[in-house]
Design a protein around this ligand. Structure first.
Ligand code: EPU
Length: 438
């Protein structure tokens, strides 16, 4: 296992290129299973989650070729309908294999993905949708078993207690593009990653109306063909660099950012003292001369403030004036970063589904543990603003979703090194058997 040593205090400056979106790539790879013809997917980020997905597709019988420079070719000839636990447990997003397997093969056996530190992540809405589409669904020995011989179009409502479901919408879409009849998806997730999936499916020959909206209409077709599809820029990665710029008092431009996907984020951050300048496809961030202001935000499904940028905003709130209030409406317990930020000198109280951040903290470097992808990013951002050295452990969480994060940060002037675990000072070496579950 590797660790990061970060020495804080250098303002980040310069330009960095946005990578392709992880959360658009994973369903796009799954969608390639809907046709025996080759699909070429471009702007794919080099991430461990993408490699996990490629491995699962290969296990299912697809040919998966990394063509280099972010292009991948997937040809799904003869397929198996079974995705076993050993592979699925590595990545929750493998749940979005259900839709294409059902659409293409009319049957699927996909292992339930298991627990997750960011909170309960049930799949009841996925299963309800499949049942309404005429599938027989049962859970057997930890696997979801679907018999989809009776698959047909239907009217589906996809809203739940916490709003719409992103991968649930992806599954329903991929199951219905090849289902006989017409499907109306009400309360569909309208995240840019879902609109991107619709774009790919339409390029493959699917008939989908109102893409990007909350009410999608799908006219099932008999078969789909191959496509060339370019993945959108990763809006969460872009937002993370905007906060990295502000938290270090720097001036960073993200090239290839699509600011139209970041409306609520830009609005909240502007209210909190960040300035943005959009020019020629790049998004520049610096702090308003009057300084930072307290942050008040609530995470919501798109177009609301994204939950995947809450932990990073929490890191910023620690150094700005307080009190800041960050409320989670998507994952009410997604505050695993708070105790680790407190170890660096932040004062954060969790009350229900809100983090109350006192602010004006002088952060100091400390050994910290990453608990999940976005918490890892938040700790690294805090470390960049802290005095002294921070050691971040369990950085494999970060490698799941940020392409060459340390290299990109170094190109902006950050002092961050990726080191083998045995480089940790002896006083902070942890015994692997003591590590909690991830
Ligand atoms: N939910 C249900 N029942 C369901 C499905 C979801 O109650 O059947 C609840 C969840 O528990 C949560 C809310 O609905 O409270 C939203 O969950 P959603 O299904 O939308 O999340 P997801 O599809 O599993 C994707 C992203 C997450 C991101 C969320 C929310 C991918 C691969 N993952 O997850 O990304 O946080 O949408 O935007 O697209 C990340 O990248 O760090 C990450 C966790």
């Amino acid at each position: 296992m590797e660790v990061f040593r970060i020495r804080g205090g250098s303002p980040l400056r310069g330009k960095v290129r946005a990578s392709g979106s992880k959360n658009a790539t994973l369903p796009a790879f799954a969608a390639a299973l809907l046709t025996p013809e080759p699909c070429v997917i471009e702007n794919v980020p080099d991430l461990s989650d993408v490699r996990f997905m490629a491995e699962i597709l290969q296990h299912l019988g697809a040919e998966v070729e990394d063509l280099g420079s972010g292009s991948w070719k997937i040809t799904a000839g003869d397929l198996s309908s079974q995705a076993p636990y050993e592979l699925v447990r590595k990545m929750r997003a493998s749940i979005c294999l259900l839709g294409p397997l059902i659409g293409r093969l009319r049957q699927a056996r996909v292992a339930l993905p298991g627990g997750c530190v960011i909170g309960q992540r049930p799949i009841d809405l996925h299963l309800k949708a499949l049942t309404n589409l005429g599938c027989a669904v049962e859970v057997d020995a930890g696997d979801i078993l679907v018999d989809a011989k009776g698959l047909h179009g239907a009217d589906l409502f996809l809203g739940g207690r916490h709003g719409s479901t992103v991968t649930g919408t992806a599954n329903a879409l991929m199951a219905t593009v090849l289902a006989p009849g017409v499907t109306h998806l009400e309360s569909a997730a309208c995240e840019p990653e879902i609109a991107d999936l619709c774009r790919m499916l339409v390029a493959m020959g699917a008939r989908i109306e109102n893409t990007g909206g909350h009410r999608l209409t799908i006219h099932g077709v008999k078969s789909l063909g191959g496509c060339h599809h370019r993945i959108i820029a990763d809006r969460i990665e872009v937002g993370t660099y905007c906060i990295a710029s502000a938290i270090t008092g720097g001036d960073v431009s993200v090239v290839g950012a699509d600011a139209s996907h970041l409306g609520a984020f830009l609005d909240k951050m502007e209210q909190s003292g960040l300035c943005f300048d959009q020019q020629n496809g790049s998004l520049r961030t610096f702090i308003d001369p009057s300084g930072l202001r307290p942050i008040e935000l609530t995470t919501l499904p798109y177009p609301g403030y994204p939950t995947d940028l809450q932990a990073q905003a929490c890191a910023l709130a620690c150094i700005g004036p307080g009190p800041s209030i960050l409320t989670e409406r998507v994952y009410p317990n997604r505050f695993m970063h708070a105790p680790e930020l407190s170890r660096m000198g932040a004062e954060i109280a969790i009350e229900g589904s809100s983090a109350i951040v006192k602010g004006n903290a002088r952060l100091s470097g400390a050994p910290v543990m990453a608990s999940d992808l976005r918490a890892s990013a938040a700790l690294i951002l805090a470390a960049l603003a802290a005095e002294g050295d921070t050691w971040v452990q369990r950085i494999y969480h970060l490698d799941r979703g940020y392409e060459v994060f340390d290299k990109k940060l170094r190109s902006l002037g950050a002092e961050i090194e990726r080191l083998p675990a045995d480089a940790l000072p002896e006083t902070i070496q942890s015994n692997p058997s003591e590590l909690g579950s991830t």
